[in-house]
Design a protein around this ligand. Structure first.
Ligand code: MG
Length: 297
């Protein structure tokens, strides 16, 4: 099942997307006393709601034509967005680390699958990171690797948009010495529009083997990133175990699992995103998100 949020920014409603269009979940949610925008509840209760949603999809209830509405971030109000760094064996800064590099992105950074990414006035070094994102269903703390699958509601496509020169403040003068320079992940990854996700949450039952998924990113049609989830240093189950060892995971939480090779600022010479560029990210089986870069208004 493809779970979507549709409507204007800040006022999205939950729905299901199939070949006939978008079926709003408002009626179903209200029968459970839930608000029409409560995607977190849909995900947290999915083991119960899934059957009802499947039944609703079998009816001839009127669908909304997807061409007539904006898709928002499929989970518009997660409690946390967690990122994992250095997580591809063949990816940026790959190396032998004792545990995953974890950070959070503010929920205000969320962006719909076709919304523009705004390059901040503070920088001209904007970069992309194509990522598979895990979406949490049932929450929990201290979730073991072997229990992790029961807590994953599904998967979505994400762009962990980054400003390297704000993230690594001294990098421009000391390109060889990242570790000594400190990290500013909130500034480097936290601006509004820096977390495009979508186009939907594909429920986990539709993904036969997450390790088989391939990720592609292009800028203006030129392929820049290509990777395979099988090259994760820490697989999705291990990430859930590590993150939930530190903090309570809640329904709707989003975990970005890291980016494969090909990010712009690691190229020689670096290639940054320009205003007007279009970034397209596809994860096999899940779908494609497409963002245009705009300047600050
Ligand atoms: Mg990343």
């Amino acid at each position: 099942v493809r779970l979507v949020s549709f409507g204007s920014p800040g006022a999205e409603q939950a729905g299901v997307h199939d070949e006939k269009g978008i079926l709003p979940l408002a009626d179903l949610l209200s029968s459970f006393g839930l608000r029409p925008d409560d995607m977190n509840a849909v995900l947290g209760l999915w083991s119960h709601l899934g059957r009802d949603v499947a039944a609703a999809l079998e009816t001839d209830q009127v669908r909304i034509d997807p061409a007539t509405v904006r898709l928002g971030p499929p989970v518009p109000h997660p409690n946390n967005i967690i990122g994992v760094g250095r997580n591809y064996k063949d990816g940026p800064n790959a190396g032998e680390l004792p545990q995953p590099v974890l950070f959070t992105k503010p929920t205000t950074a969320l962006n719909g699958p076709e919304d523009a990414i705004v390059r901040p006035a503070q920088t001209e070094t904007l970069d992309y990171e194509a990522e598979l994102a895990v979406v949490i269903g049932r929450g929990g703390r201290h979730i073991s690797r072997s229990q992790a699958a029961a807590h994953i509601a599904g998967y979505t496509v994400a762009n962990d948009v980054t400003v390297p020169d704000l993230m690594f403040p001294g990098h421009v003068d000391n390109p060889g010495d990242l570790e000594a320079l400190g990290l500013q992940p909130l500034l480097g990854k936290g601006f509004d529009t820096f977390a495009p996700t979508g186009p939907w949450v594909l429920t986990a039952d539709e993904v036969s083997d997450v390790k088989q998924l391939e990720i592609y990113l292009s800028v203006n049609g030129e392929e820049r990133q290509r990777g395979s989830v099988r090259n994760l240093v820490w697989d999705v189950e291990t990430i859930v175990e590590e993150v939930s060892g530190a903090m309570t995971l809640q329904p709707g939480d989003i975990i970005l699992t890291g980016t494969p090779p090909g990010i712009g600022w690691m190229m020689d010479p670096p290639r940054f995103l320009e205003i007007g560029d279009t970034i397209e990210i596809t994860v096999d089986q899940i779908g494609t998100i497409r963002s245009r870069v705009e300047g600050p208004s």
